[in-house]
Design a protein around this ligand. Structure first.
Ligand code: 9D3
Length: 245
């Protein structure tokens, strides 16, 4: 999969991509990431990427010409790309959308800046528009990294193979159970005794119960009655009664 990032702040996205799992995936050519500086597509001596809004008002608008030249430059490369604008007006990004994007061979992430881009670009050059949530950022660069990170880890080989099986169960699934590692006693706080018991059946039940309880407490919107088995319902009822948290 090729992922292009179009931005006027290439330094803002470059370094995070060198690190950790994504850095490894790029090294191993499991994904190809190209950072395209929109400013390289300006033709005036000041390398202008913004201009004042028609009709007046405060703030600036991204000029169409450099943006379109940058989009055309990636459109010219195979395979055909889905051009995605990161914008507060987009559909809210979810794991399901990440799964959808991970099936594509080429995506082009356009990072908006200033008050936004000229509307004609959105209408005639953009295929899809994504927001990462209802809060105000300064531009689309961090959202582009969020989308890239989420999509890349779904590409076969990017994560260890064991994780892919767990993946399916996340979408609309439960929150994780609590994790513990050594030492057994940390500043006087003990690890739950059951995790040291060696009783794997009991441990599996306890973890499932903790997942159910946490989801019920923190994210009741994720708890779909019809998705719970009768054993789940029993475990949850018991946890609620015993305040097992
Ligand atoms: C003062 C400007 N805004 C009125 C509330 C409009 C506005 C324009 C541009 C607000 C933010 C931005 C910059 N943000 C993004 O480009 C952006 C974004 C975001 O702010 N939140 C969540 N997802 C995204 S994706 C791109």
């Amino acid at each position: 999969m090729i992922i292009d990032i179009l931005t006027i702040f290439p330094d803002m996205v470059a370094v995070p991509l060198q690190e950790s799992i994504i850095g490894k995936a790029i090294e191993r050519k499991l994904i190809g990431v190209r950072i395209v500086n929109i400013r390289d597509f300006t033709s005036d001596s000041h390398h202008t990427t913004d201009d004042r809004p028609f009709g007046g008002g405060s703030g600036m608008v991204m000029k169409p010409e450099p943006l379109v030249a940058a989009i055309d430059s990636v459109r010219a490369t195979d395979p055909p790309a889905r051009v995605i604008l990161l914008s507060p007006q987009g559909r809210i990004f979810t794991q399901e959308i990440a799964l959808e994007l991970s099936q594509l061979n080429h995506i082009c992430l356009v990072c908006g800046r200033y008050e936004g881009i000229d509307e004609r670009i959105r209408r005639y050059y953009v295929d899809d528009e994504i927001s990462i949530g209802d809060y105000v950022l300064t531009g689309g660069e961090l959202p582009a990294l969020v989308v890239l990170d989420t999509v890349a880890r779904l590409i076969p080989g990017v994560l260890g193979s064991s994780q892919s099986i767990e993946e399916e169960s996340f979408v609309g699934g439960l929150l994780e159970y609590p994790h513990y590692t050594r030492p057994e006693v940390f500043k006087g706080h003990r690890v739950p005794e059951i995790l040291l018991s060696g009783n794997h059946g009991a441990i599996r039940r306890w973890r499932r119960q903790q997942s159910l309880l946490r989801t019920w407490q923190r994210r009741p919107d994720l708890l779909k009655e019809e998705k719970l088995s009768s054993e789940d319902k029993q475990l949850l009822a018991e946890a609620i009664q015993e305040r097992k948290d």
